[in-house]
Write a protein that binds this ligand. Structure first.
Ligand code: PEP
Ligand code: MN
Length: 374
């Protein structure tokens, strides 16, 4: 793909050239966490047999969990499981490292590629420490975006690794954390990796639809969106028995489901996509994001309407109060004028919102029906 053309010498480009039999995009698959030797072996075996086109195996050994006393990874005992499975099935393997000790253990065990997790990329101190532990080491590295949508922080981490001589660098886009509830675990905010690629076309961008979507059914559409925007690879969490996974069970695919996602992918002509259609996909992704917000916000608004309904019931107030309604419409029309929305549009939208709001309030008001509307 385009960014690979610029870096023919990059390790990551070798994972998608036809010489080694892999097709673009580069696909990294494997469990969120290594759990047992058998689980790693079975998962890698099935991935290899069912898909025939995965370029690298992933597995988490140390897991950055939100809360203590949850499964925090098997630790160093899992490293040989991953290395051996990779050797048996002829695939390179990658593991997340979050401190210099992790780096040392991975290098000692012969892990092929390291990645930096989103919670680590946020901290320049720890990134600097990890970078120093890699001085003079020639190993490919992937840097996930920080949890917060900060492109400079992401690129700052890349720069720290480049400064110690790491040349084989890719980034992984796994979406960004938000307080807003959306359908995504970490909304993609595609404009950020797009800007990263504009500034650094030489860095391969791998998209992680598992952590972005947080749900199995979102992996296929997100993977396709990543292809539509001409990104270079996918990292997809895959487990031989996802329902029983010790971490991230909801977002892991079976090897068969992975094969299905990969065979359904439409991979666009990268140069055509980048030059002509990528802006359209980017705009559509932004529209989808805003539509998601609108729906979430409407839901939140109707929740408040129900609270109001409850209050009115307790205080024997009528649902429809004409003065309040004209105040709402007046405000909306004024705001609409400032944002270039027609009067007709605002009136129609608010009529619908008002109807839905009355429906929600009535639900509360008529609950256990002691009071009548006055
Ligand atoms: C992971 O890849 O399992 C992981 C912990 O991801 P992230 O750092 O993107 O949250
Ligand atoms: Mn995970």
């Amino acid at each position: 793909m385009d960014s690979f053309k610029a870096v023919k010498s990059n390790f990551f480009s070798s994972l998608v050239t036809s010489e080694n039999g892999y097709q673009s995009p580069m696909v990294i698959a494997g469990p969120c966490s290594a759990e047992t030797e058998q689980q790693v072996f079975d998962t890698v075996k099935q991935i290899t047999e069912r898909t025939g086109r995965v370029s690298m195996i992933r597995a988490g050994i140390w897991k950055p969990r939100t809360r203590p006393n949850t499964f925090e990874g098997v630790g160093p005992v899992g490293l040989p499981w991953v290395v051996n499975a990779g050797k048996t099935f002829g695939l390179p393997v990658c593991v997340e490292v979050a401190n210099p000790l992790h780096v040392e253990l991975c290098l000692k065990m012969g892990i092929d590629v390291l990645w930096i997790g989103a919670r680590t990329t946020v901290s320049p101190f720890i990134i600097q420490e990890i970078a120093e532990s890699l001085k003079g080491v020639d190993i490919p590295l992937m840097v996930k975006n920080p949890v917060n949508p900060d492109l400079d922080l992401w690129l700052g981490a890349v720069e720290r690794f480049r400064n110690v001589g790491i040349e084989k660098i890719a980034v992984i886009h796994r979406g960004f954390s938000t307080y807003e509830k959306t359908i995504y675990r970490n909304p993609p905010m595609w404009e950020i990796p797009i800007e990263l690629r504009r500034r650094h076309p030489e860095i391969p961008v791998i998209v992680d639809p598992s952590h972005m979507g947080g749900a199995r059914e979102l992996i296929k559409p997100l993977s396709q969106q990543a292809m539509d925007m001409g990104f270079d690879g996918l990292m997809i969490e895959t487990h031989h028995n996802p329902d029983m996974a010790w971490s991230d069970a909801k977002q892991q695919l079976t090897p068969d489901a992975l094969a299905n996602v990969l065979s359904a992918l439409v991979v666009r002509q990268p140069n055509v996509m980048q030059d002509e259609y990528a802006p359209l996909s980017e705009l559509r992704a932004r529209v989808d994001r805003i539509d998601d917000y609108i729906i979430e916000l409407m839901g939140e608004r109707m929740g408040i309407s129900e609270e109001i309904g409850k209050f009115k019931k307790e205080h024997r107030l009528a649902i429809h109060q004409a003065s309040r309604w004209s105040h709402i419409v007046g405000r909306a029309l004024q705001k609409g004028k400032n944002t270039n929305l027609s009067e007709d549009f605002i009136l129609k939208v608010f009529q619908q919102i008002h109807n839905e709001s009355i429906r929600h309030q009535s639900l509360k008001l008529n609950q256990n029906g002691n009071h009548t509307v006055e």
